[in-house]
Design a binder for this molecule. Structure first.
Ligand code: SAM
Ligand code: SF4
Length: 365
């Protein structure tokens, strides 16, 4: 086996190389991986981290992903929808606090009322902020026509995690009801690219049955799909879901399991940075769900995007994708101060007022 230092200095990586990096467990070796990834980040995208204010505007969802705390079948969840006025107020807050961008996220719906509502929200945000905010959407699988309509209204980035790049593995965690098809999700990513968006995708990390080779395949999928933005994070148990219950029953959610999922999350960020130096990579909230320093460690491992939650405090308890989601009791202002401290701790600066678009997008267009 070649020495780790040699592997870390490479410019291209095989599946076996990636699986080895993702599987590193020795603390000194992991530290070497994160240092190498941070150096690539500094050289290629800079030591500047960008904020996207995350507005979780509705938890109503027509789908039943087996892992998700707000799936349609979760009976204990109080369903909510923000009004247009609330969203516009939140967007003004985001703009006033000099975050360059906003993300509108929700459960998945495809009814005309929902499509019109998202369209109005995008146009409204452009209007009330004088076009200053970049707008990312994260509202699931839609038709190409809908993606094009929202793009024409002013959204320019879209997040849609493929969740798993293996169709067979994907099928094990999505009900076989004709709605949850891997091929449809994959086609949506292609449609988003045709429509002109900067396209983001990602996977959950540390799922039962997921090997390091499968995670390596996920990274190769991002590369082959010429993805501009990567948003991936550890899987965290939502106890009131079919997957959460199975994991708890099998004894697979001990402290040691959670710590390993966290390490895998950091290793994946670092390996993604080495493989795709120009991509925007998020340090997601789920990292902090498993380790209170999770997001700053994500930045040190090569991530350059943070998504502070600006969801209205009264809705936060109802948007629990998983148990122990952080920031549920904080206000948006507390989240802002706390994150800026995390960025400074990582040794970076905040890219205030900037859209912080993906270099990878400009390279491919
Ligand atoms: N409904 C849209 C969709 O699925 O694309 C957007 C919102 S959805 C809540 C955003 C992401 O949450 C999903 O892509 C999924 O990866 C993540 N998620 C859901 N349940 C999770 C869990 N238990 N642990 C970690 N991430 C989870
Ligand atoms: Fe709905 Fe998204 Fe949760 Fe799946 S992951 S159940 S689509 S909110």
């Amino acid at each position: 086996m070649k020495p780790l230092t040699e592997l870390l200095g490479q410019e291209s990586f095989s599946r076996a190389d990636l699986a080895r990096l993702i599987g590193l467990q020795d603390p000194a070796e992991r530290e070497a991986l994160y240092r190498a990834a941070y150096e690539v980040k500094a050289r290629r995208v800079g030591r500047v981290d960008y904020y996207r204010g995350l507005i979780e505007f509705s938890n109503i969802c027509v789908k039943n992903c087996l892992y998700c705390g707000i799936r349609k079948g979760s009976r204990g969840v109080r369903r909510f929808e923000s009004t247009l006025e609330e969203i516009l107020e939140q967007a003004k807050w985001v703009c006033g606090h000099r975050y360059g961008s906003v993300v509108l996220q929700s459960g998945e719906r495809t009814d005309p009322k929902f499509i019109d509502f998202v369209d109005e929200a995008v146009r409204g945000i452009k209007r009330v902020t004088g076009g200053r905010l970049g707008i990312t959407l994260c509202v699931g699988e839609q038709t190409e026509e809908t993606y094009r309509r929202w793009f024409a209204s002013g959204a320019h980035r879209y997040l849609l995690r493929i969740e798993e790049s293996s169709p067979a593995f994907y099928a094990t965690m999505h009900p076989d009801d004709g709605r949850h098809l891997w091929q449809v999700r994959h086609e949506c990513l292609l449609a988003l690219r045709r429509a002109g968006y900067q396209v983001g995708t990602g996977v959950m990390i540390g799922l039962p049955g997921q090997s390091e080779e499968m995670l390596a395949d996920d990274l190769l999928y991002f590369r082959d799909m010429k993805i501009d933005m990567i948003g991936m994070g550890p899987y965290i148990v939502a106890h009131d879901t079919p997957m959460g219950q199975a994991v708890l029953k099998a004894g697979l959610d001990t402290d040691a399991h959670r710590a390993r999922r966290f390490e895998l999350g950091l290793n994946m960020i670092a390996a993604a940075r080495l493989l795709m130096p120009e991509a925007n990579i998020a340090a997601t909230t789920a990292l902090q769900g498993l380790n209170r320093h999770g997001r700053e460690l994500g930045l040190r491992a090569g991530a350059n995007v943070l998504m502070p939650i600006v969801t209205l405090p009264r809705f936060r308890p109802s948007y629990q994708l998983y148990d122990g989601k952080p920031c549920v009791e904080d206000t948006s202002a507390q989240c802002a101060n706390c994150l800026t401290a995390r960025v400074r701790w990582a040794g970076d600066e905040v890219g205030w007022d900037s859209w912080g678009d993906s270099n990878a997008f400009f390279e491919r267009t």
